[in-house]
Write a protein that binds this ligand. Structure first.
Ligand SMILES: Nc1ncnc2c1ncn2[C@@H]1O[C@H](COP(=O)(O)OP(=O)(O)OP(=O)(O)O)[C@@H](O)[C@H]1O
Ligand SMILES: [Mg+2]
Length: 358
């Protein structure tokens, strides 16, 4: 039997309520006095303020110093003429700031016109397209270098072999020259192998992420000539994750080594773990991930290499090959994760996100 009109109406309200709660778009409603009267959960998350905290406050609390002003909203209430403004910067304090595109329109609630404000966070979109672009560039640079390395590797083997054969024909004094050829060929082979990057598929097993990090901690502590302080800030509730422990260890070690090389004696490196939710990894929304942060309070990444930091052969050190981070990126990618970095003098943070299967 078909449901009655009343039942359909009730279901409709039910769906609408669920919809508002599930929407990814942040939505805010102002009453006809321009006071905040509703926020959906996405808006609470975006503004990092609950509805209880904001209810009844004048809209200015959020939109002060933006183009969303009283005159325009009053005009909207009287004429119904909706508008969209992009690049609105909302700033509560130094840390909490974002750019959004906001559409203002009218909705009627209990026969009274209200203002509906829909937020589209732009910095997130900009960030995602920048990440996708950088990832493509990184793949292009890596493939080019891999191709080149491959071409160098083959004749290098022949060169070494020939020098070895030749050395058998030579007297001791002359063998010095062939020894030098062999030594330099070995050095180049090492470099070429690093250029080729990790070539084995990951051996995925369940591991406790902290035991993986403890290995890095030990390696760095043992070879800690500079006396850097190494701190741990772990979230012990993180469940085991499926990963190749050697590879994750290598990735973290490459990042920690860079920090050790960049900082001085009184600086600190922190290994931090947290659970992260709703993260974007290569254009995909991941519900739950393990977040490993490697933080140091050193001088920060030189500005001129910040945009190309993960590309192979980009180095800020005179004796660096610029491969450590590119290799770390490959290793993290093999786990379908993401490696990113924020850096300013006094605070450099590398973040590895590894998706957590539920
Ligand atoms: N924590 C950090 N603080 C300051 N600069 C950093 C930090 N981590 C990386 N860098 C900069 O990034 C550059 C690239 O690092 P990457 O590990 O890819 O190469 P590298 O350390 O120069 O050489 P390699 O690791 O191959 O020996 C470094 O040369 C350094 O200038
Ligand atoms: Mg390095």
């Amino acid at each position: 039997m078909l449901p009655s009109r009343q039942e359909i109406q009730e279901r409709k309200y039910g769906y609408q309520q669920t919809l508002a709660n599930q929407l990814v778009t942040a939505v805010l409603i102002l009453d006809n006095h321009l006071n905040i009267c509703y926020l959906n959960p996405a808006a609470e998350a975006l503004l990092i303020k609950s509805m209880y905290k904001l209810y009844g406050n004048h809209f200015d609390l959020i939109f002060a110093k933006t183009s969303i002003n009283e005159t325009r909203l009053q005009q909207l209430l009287t004429t119904g003429q909706e508008f969209t403004d992009s690049d609105i910067v909302i700033q509560f304090n130094q840390e909490h700031r974002f750019t959004a595109e906001i559409t203002a329109s009218i909705i009627e609630f209990e026969r009274i016109p209200h203002v509906l404000l829909e937020f589209k966070q732009i910095d997130q979109q900009k960030q995602i397209s920048l990440e996708v672009f950088q990832q493509q560039q990184w793949i292009a640079a890596r493939d080019l270098i891999k191709g080149l390395a491959h071409e160098i590797k083959n004749p290098l083997g022949g060169l070494r072999g020939a020098a070895q054969l030749l050395s058998k024909e030579l007297n001791e004094e002359q063998q010095e020259y062939t020894a030098m050829i062999i030594e330099q060929a070995d050095r180049l082979t090492n470099l070429v192998d690093r250029l080729l990057g990790p070539n084995q598929l990951p051996q995925i097993q369940k591991h406790n992420i902290h035991s993986v990090l403890e290995k890095v901690y030990q390696v760095v502590s043992y070879s800690n000539e500079q006396n850097v302080q190494l701190r741990r800030d772990y979230d012990p509730s993180i469940p085991s994750i499926e990963c190749d422990q050697e590879k994750v260890q290598q990735a973290v070690l490459n990042i920690v080594n860079n920090a050790v090389q960049a900082i001085g004696e009184n600086n600190t490196i922190t290994l931090k773990t947290r659970i992260a939710s709703n993260k974007n990894i290569n254009g995909q929304r991941i519900k739950l991930a393990v977040q490993i942060s490697i933080i140091d309070d050193g001088p920060g990444i030189p500005t001129k290499i910040q945009d190309t930091l993960f590309y192979p052969m980009v180095s800020g050190r005179s004796n660096g090959t610029g491969l450590g981070l590119s290799i770390a990126q490959t290793l993290v990618n093999q786990h379908h994760g993401k490696l990113s970095c924020h850096s300013q003098p006094g605070h450099t943070e590398f973040i590895i996100l590894l998706p957590l299967k539920q």
